[in-house]
Design a protein around this ligand. Structure first.
Ligand code: GTR
Length: 438
């Protein structure tokens, strides 16, 4: 009875008080996220005061004033912090990596393009691999520059072309379904996100890989490429080892290994592009693999271009709650604890320097914090300046539908919501024309 009075009853009362608080209406500009129960700020008024980690001061407290010092000292420190605390360490190119040509068709897309499909095998036993779908413009002689990105719903979803091999889309199985049966995305269903004909007409090749070939997008540590690397008895990546986003980025590097062998592709002019979770992945791929010449983040938000310390839209706590397998285990300690993170996302943008980088937002995509995405470009600018290059300037975002492309950090915020569309791609082509044309 005493135990009941002393512990159980107060706990019960506390629960009721907490419950009723949880039901309390929130002030304008805040919402309760249904999947995590967390309160999310959607209004600038809630952005707390914050101090960003200094880009140009080494861990030993010294000022970096030359490109050499950035490249040899400060850049490796920042890359290491992101590796162990955010995305996790991935292995390099596997010895057994092998490319297999699956198909070539010179008469694709009304004779405008050559379609190739190439299998990249990751292991000697060929138990795991990914299929790269490639379109190259027929009108061009010699090796072409290329846009490359991961897709959400299988290679066959990016165009109506009936000859694209259906991806083995290992989507999350629904109740009563097993992995093999979960191929439910129709052909061409993502075509609005992949204006392949427009890119071909502009002289660019396009390549894509279904991200599920590398690691299916749900919490199962046994079904991704990481499992090939587990030590005897290991069932999860270690706390500082690659989670799903790093695995996807690793896959992008393996595609680059292939591009380097294809004489129709100019591997020194590969632009990588990704939307949303693939935007986060693309930034990490660009940071870890400097062979990528241009890096484009489309509405990448939390864990991508948006500054985590602003806590506007999706937060570290929310992303770790809903997608616990995207970032390495060590990242979890920063849920609700952003101010102690050794890095923030402007430093990720700075890791691209001196290569050109493009950050894009959508005005209606508050969840991804458009202003926070823009500001990371502004705060990365001092590193571009070390190289004598221009970045982004001013605390205020440029007006909607007014791209800024003067320097080596491009930016636009367009009308509309969370998506990648023709407007976005047109800006990327313009930016690539400036930086990748010979
Ligand atoms: C959301 C997630 C975002 C973003 C997005 C997407 O559910 O909260 O971080 O990655 O998915 O990839 O479309």
């Amino acid at each position: 009875m005493t135990v009941l009075r002393k512990l159980v009853i107060p706990a019960f009362v506390l629960c009721i008080v907490w419950q009723s608080k949880a039901q309390e209406p929130l002030p304008a500009g805040q919402v309760r996220d249904a999947s995590s129960g967390l309160v999310i700020n959607l209004d600038e008024a809630y952005v707390p005061a914050y101090i960003l980690p200094d880009l140009l001061t080494t861990e030993g407290g010294e000022k970096v004033t030359t490109p050499e010092r950035w490249t040899n000292e400060r850049r490796p420190e920042i890359l290491e912090a992101f590796t162990t605390q955010v995305y996790g360490r991935a292995p390099g190119r596997p010895d057994a990596l092998e490319f297999e040509d699956l198909s070539v068709d010179r008469y694709a897309l009304s004779n405008m393009a050559t379609r190739k499909e190439v299998k990249v095998w990751f292991d000697e036993g060929k138990t795991r691999g990914m299929t790269i779908l490639i379109y190259l413009p027929n009108k061009n002689q010699g090796a072409v520059p290329l846009f490359f990105g991961l897709n959400f719903k299988g290679n066959h979803s990016v165009n109506d072309d009936p000859y694209i091999t259906m991806s083995e889309t290992r989507a999350k199985p629904r109740e009563g379904q097993n992995e093999e049966d979960s191929r439910d995305w129709p052909r061409g269903s993502e075509a609005s996100r992949w204006p392949i004909e427009m890119l071909i007409a502009n002289g660019y090749g396009v390549a894509t890989v279904y991200r599920g070939d590398i690691d299916p997008d749900y919490d199962n540590p046994a079904n991704g490429v990481q499992s090939l690397y587990y030590a005897e008895g290991q069932t999860h990546p270690a706390d500082d080892e690659w989670a799903t986003l790093a695995a996807w980025a690793w896959g992008m590097s393996r595609a680059m290994d292939y591009f380097e062998t294809d004489e129709d592709i100019d591997a020194s002019r590969v632009a990588i592009v990704g939307h949303s979770r693939h935007g986060k992945t693309t930034l990490w791929a660009g940071a870890t693999d400097e062979r990528f010449a241009l890096v484009i983040s489309n509405e990448s938000g939390c864990g991508g271009a948006a500054l985590s310390r602003r806590r506007l839209g999706e937060t570290v706590a929310r992303i770790n709650h809903v997608f616990p397998y995207w970032f390495c285990e060590n990242f979890k300690q920063y849920s609700g604890n952003e101010d102690v993170m050794p890095v923030d996302q402007h430093q990720l943008i700075a890791l691209m320097a001196p290569r050109p980088v493009y950050i894009a937002s959508a005005a209606g995509d508050t969840w991804a914090d458009p202003k926070g995405e823009y500001l990371s470009g502004v705060h990365a600018t001092p590193v571009y300046e070390l190289f004598g290059l221009e970045g982004l300037y001013g605390q205020d975002q440029p007006p909607v539908d007014t791209p800024v492309q003067n320097g080596h950090i491009g930016y636009h915020v367009r009308t509309g919501g969370h998506d990648i569309n023709l407007y976005d791609w047109r800006q990327y082509v313009k930016f690539a024309d400036k930086h990748l044309r010979k």
